[in-house]
Write a protein that binds this ligand. Sequence first.
Ligand code: ZN
Length: 177
Amino acid sequence: MKKGDKIKVPRSNMHREKLSLAMKGNKNQEKKRSEITKQKIARALNNNKNPLGYKHSKEMKRKCAIAKFGNNNPAWQGGISYEPYSLKWTKEIKKKIKERDKYNCQNCHKSYLLKDKELYIHHIDYDKKNCSLENLISLCLSCHGKTNHNREHWQKYFNMIINKSWDGENWVKENKV
Ligand SMILES: [Zn+2]
């Protein structure tokens, strides 16, 4: 796409396009970045006296920052109090989700009505800042553990459950697949 093209597109479309471009572009950027890093490492190895080391460590810092930002490990959800997510992540939300899910694990359907502390709230898109009700789902410890692997599968699966049962305001069907 040419640079000038974007200006003609209405803002909302432009925004959407940018977003989708950004989503699609991620993998390529990742490749480009690692190519650049490879080149830098090669250069640094060839020329040890050059103060490239500084630049390299800067690049590494940036990489670390990206890696940290991208770490959506659900196990991290509890302790980080300075993240914006803690403003929305309240006992009330947890209770609301558990009530919506009728205190059942939404994967194995075991009931945790009498031991609701053993029921965990999972962020379907693995973004702990996204606390919209349709991004949250109740899981038992064992099923929550499974969501650390095959993330794409689980995300699709839980989205399907939510789409089937949630009309945006109300839980319209019995929450069984
Ligand atoms: Zn379960």
